[in-house]
Design a protein. Sequence first.
Length: 117
Amino acid sequence: MAHTSDAECFGEDHGGVKHVLPIPSAEACKVTAAIFRALGDERRLSLLALLAHREMCVTELTERMQDNLPAISQRLKLLRSERIVVARRKGKHVFYSLADDHIAHLIANGLAHGSEK
C-alpha cells in the first residue's frame, strides 16, 4: 500500500470557510494593490477616516489634521489619482469626499479590524 504524504493535494475539498469571490484579472489585482498601498499610510488613512463622515474642504482638513496645506494637498493628490477620493470646486474652495461606498466600506472594515483586540 502506497503512503500518501500529508503535503500532497489532489484538488479535494479541504473544508473550512469558503468565500465566494470571483477570480480577479491581473489588471484588477494591480489596481487593487495600488489602492491598498495608498491606504497603507496612517496619515492618509486618518484623512480618509475624516472624509468617511462627510465632505470637507482642504482648509478644514488641514485644521482637523493639524498639518500643513502642502502635505494635505499631496496626500489628496495621491488619493485622487487612485480614485479613492473625488473633488469638487465651489468658488475658491475645493471639497473632497470618498469616491464611493466601496471605499467607505473598505475604510470602515479596515478600521474596525484594526481596533479589535
